[in-house]
Design a binder for this molecule. Sequence first.
Ligand code: SF4
Length: 201
Amino acid sequence: MEKFETFTYALDGNLYINLTSKCQNDCTFCVRNESSEYFGYKLWLSREPSAEEVLARIPADIHAYREYVFCGFGEPTLRLDTLLAVAKELKARGATVRLNTNGQASLTLGRDVSADLAGCVDKINVSLNESNAADYVRLCRPAKGEAAFGALQDFAKKCAERGIETWFSVVDIIGEDKIAQCRAIAQKCGVTLRVREYIEH
Ligand code: SF4
């Protein structure tokens, strides 16, 4: 696969920050498996950027973008130190900061990282994807197996408790029964559920 230095990319009025191409999951639906491109952007990274390199691509007028979103072809929290350094600077400049994540940061690092995120991340979208651990493992193929499903729920709960606007996302193709189960999981964790429409690539 050809690789690039697309550390940031603009979409729908937001600026997306692409820190890594690594991930703890290997989701069957991941766009990385099909293409090096996403909405015309070439997101497979030839190397991972430093915080300084990302900040060099942030506009002087911070309000040029609605939100600054950590989201790319990999899991942003695998670069937690860089993410935090960039997020702190963005917040200091008055930006709204969002993280799109698989929710496994605390499981991977072996500690609660929600405290690190509170104060520099305003919003967190945790991909729930499924209604139970066995189906999550089949769909997302996490390195740590079924433990990932409970861990991502605990992560979302703690982020919400710290005042970060946190929600789970699922795609509507899982069906109404599973969506109802996901809604119950979200309620238990104190977060909301957002159901996205499935779009075939
Ligand atoms: S969590 Fe996201 S980046 Fe990771 S494999 Fe799944 S879809 Fe791809």
